[in-house]
Design a protein around this ligand. Structure first.
Ligand SMILES: Nc1ncnc2c1ncn2[C@@H]1O[C@H](COP(=O)(O)OP(=O)(O)O)[C@@H](O)[C@H]1O
Ligand SMILES: [Mg+2]
Length: 272
C-alpha cells in the first residue's frame, strides 16, 4: 500500500523542502522504495531548484488545471526517485481542494511513498496538500516563534483529521538557549521522530544542487534522515558508527533508556 506523506510547517525556512528532497533520496537510494515527490508549494515552488532544475517543462499546476497528465509531469532523478516540480499559481486560480488528492489517486499504485512539499501558509494552498496527504510530518526548529507556528499547524491538521506521524526537529545547535525535545513534545503534544543538527554540509549540498544525503551521507543529519526513513516504512537501519552504538548502550545502562526520538522511532516502526 502506498502512503502519501505531507511535510508541513506554518513557517518558511525551517527545512521542509530539504526534508522532502533528502527523505526521498534515502527512501529510493538506500531502501529501494518507489518514491514520488510533489512540490505543492505554490507560493515558493523550489523543490526542483534543489535538484538543479530552474525552469521545469511541466509542473503540478499544469496537472491541476488538466492541461497534462500526472505521468507527463514526472521528472526522473538520478538518485532513483521521481518528482513533479511546482510553479507559482495565478491568484485568480481557484482549485477544488480535493483536486491534488484526485490526481495522486490516479498514479498512487505506482509508488510506495509519495512525499508532498507544502507552503507555509494557512490558506487553501496548505489545505490542498493536507487533504491530499494520508499522514503528516511537521518540521520545526527549537525556538518559540517556530514552535508557536508548529502548534498552529498541529491544530489545523487535527481539525482536518489528517493524522500527524510526528515532528522533525531541524537545525539543532545543541545550545542551552534552545528548547529541549521534551519541551517541544509536551507543548505540541506530538512525538519527535528526528533531531537534525544544523550542518553546513546541507548548505554546501544545496549549492551544488545535490541532496545532502548523497553529498555527505555519513554526517549525523543524513544518518538521522536514514533512521527516520527506515521507521516510516517499518524497516531497520543500523547506525554504522561504532561510537554511536556505544553511546546508545551507555544511555540504556546509565539513564535506563535510549534517547527520546530513538524510542519514538522504535514505536513507529512497530506500528508500521
Ligand atoms: N539541518 C540543516 N542544517 C543547515 N542548513 C539547513 C538545514 N536544513 C535546512 N537548511 C537550510 O535552510 C534553508 C531553508 O531550508 P528549506 O528546506 O528551503 O526550508 P523550507 O522549505 O521550510 O522553507 C536552506 O538554505 C537549507 O539548505
Ligand atoms: Mg520550501
Amino acid at each position: 500500500m502506498s502512503t502519501t506523506i505531507g511535510v508541513i510547517s506554518l513557517k518558511g525556512g525551517v527545512g521542509k523542502t530539504t526534508t522532502v528532497a533528502n527523505l526521498g533520496t534515502v527512501l529510493a537510494n538506500d531502501f529501494n522504495q518507489r518514491v514520488l515527490l510533489i512540490d505543492a508549494n505554490f507560493s515558493a515552488p523550489n523543490l526542483a531548484l534543489h535538484f538543479g532544475v530552474v525552469k521545469p517543462e511541466a509542473t503540478i499546476f499544469d496537472v491541476l488545471i488538466d492541461k497534462i497528465s500526472m505521468n507527463r509531469a514526472i521528472i526522473k532523478h538520478d538518485a532513483g526517485f521521481d518528482y513533479i516540480a511546482g510553479s507559482l499559481i495565478n491568484e485568480k486560480t481557484d482549485f477544488d481542494i480535493f483536486q491534488l488528492r484526485k490526481k495522486i489517486d490516479l498514479i498512487k499504485r505506482n509508488y510506495d511513498v509519495i512525499l508532498i512539499d507544502t507552503s507555509p501558509t494557512s490558506s487553501n494552498e496548505m489545505l490542498i496538500a493536507m487533504v491530499a496527504s494520508d499522514e503528516l510530518l511537521v518540521v520545526t526548529t527549537p525556538d518559540y516563534p517556530t514552535l508557536s507556528c508548529t502548534m498552529k499547524a498541529v491544530k489545523m491538521a487535527k481539525k482536518k483529521k489528517t493524522p500527524i506521524i510526528g515532528l522533525i526537529l531541524n537545525k539543532i545547535r545543541g545550545k542551552k538557549f534552545e528548547l529541549t525535545t521534551e519541551d517541544i513534545e509536551d507543548i505540541a503534544e506530538t512525538p519527535v521522530l528526528a533531531i537534525l543538527p544544523d550542518d553546513i554540509s546541507v548548505l554546501e549540498a544545496l549549492s551544488i544542487t545535490t541532496p545532502a544525503t548523497l553529498y555527505a551521507p555519513d554526517k549525523e543529519v543524513c544518518i538521522e534522515y536514514k533512521k527516520l526513513a527506515a521507521a516510516l516504512i517499518g524497516r531497520e537501519f543500523k547506525d554504522p558508527r561504532i561510537w554511536f552504538r556505544m553511546k546508545q548502550l551507555f544511555n540504556v545502562a546509565v539513564k535506563g533508556k535510549a534517547e527520546k526520538h530513538e524510542v519514538n522511532r522504535e514505536i513507529l516502526k512497530e506500528e508500521r
